[in-house]
Design a protein around this ligand. Structure first.
Ligand SMILES: [Zn+2]
Length: 247
């Protein structure tokens, strides 16, 4: 049984090595996805700000046109001043000029507000463009890194898969099947070391009789009553070393 355990240990080591490359690739994919989602959101913010700036610029042109028209009216009124014949006409013209001047003032005030809003939109737009550049840069950098690491990951996976096949042929198919079944249900770890009567798969104490049988080296595989992983112990275990994480 000890030989079987050693083979399972090696299979587990290979499985963990393969899983580590898969985890690393998954982390890259997730980080790229996050950067891409951020870039898409920022592109939306940039486009919205652009559209709003366009609208504001149109409004500014309209206001300028209003100001120009009012200015013309004032000039016309000023010319008419010389042709005034009586007080009534003068009063009416003054009133008209006051109205036109007031309108110019109102338009100019509105223009000031609109120009300030345009500046705000431009700040938001420029910030989005800068952040978009960062997010796109990050996504590209991560994609490049991932692509450069991929061949090494593939190599590890292929090499370890072949080694695993060799190891597998050294144990009974039933035991291998059992290991694979536990591994798939238990976060990729099918084998757990027992140190100080504690399963290092789930870190729960195992019954003393199970521990005694393990230490004695029984002919059958022992499993943890809590996490069901295949248990093993070393003749002279160094506490805290080579323990497997996760439950
Ligand atoms: Zn356990």
């Amino acid at each position: 049984m000890l030989e079987t355990i050693r083979v399972l240990e090696e299979i587990q080591r290979l499985d963990l090595e393969i899983a580590a490359t898969e985890e690393e690739e998954k982390r890259y994919l997730l980080d790229i996805e996050i950067a891409d989602a951020r870039a898409a959101a920022l592109a939306g913010t940039r486009d919205k700000a652009s559209a709003e700036m366009g609208d504001i610029n149109t409004r500014i042109r309209d206001i300028d046109e209003e100001i120009r028209k009012c200015g013309e009216r004032v000039q016309k009124d000023e010319k008419r001043l010389g042709e005034i014949k009586n007080d009534r006409e003068l009063k009416a013209l003054n009133k008209e000029m006051t109205t036109a001047n007031k309108a110019v003032k109102q338009h100019e005030e509105e223009k000031e507000r609109v120009v300030a809003r345009l500046a705000e939109k431009k700040t938001a737009h420029d910030a989005a463009v800068a952040a978009l550049g960062d997010a796109t840069g990050l996504s590209e950098r991560l994609s490049g890194e991932m692509a450069s690491k991929k061949p090494a990951w593939e190599e590890i996976r292929q090499k370890d898969a072949a080694l695993k096949e060799t190891e597998k042929s050294r144990i009974s198919p039933q035991i291998f099947k059992k290991y694979e079944s536990i591994r798939s249900k238990r976060g990729g770890i099918g084998l757990a070391k027992v140190v100080n009567e504690t399963c290092h798969g789930c870190f729960i104490h195992i019954p003393p009789q199970v521990y005694i049988m393990l230490k004695r080296g029984v002919s059958e595989l022992m499993t943890c009553p809590h996490c069901h992983r295949i248990l093993y112990t070393e003749a002279d275990p160094a506490p805290g070393t080579n323990s497997q994480p996760g439950a």
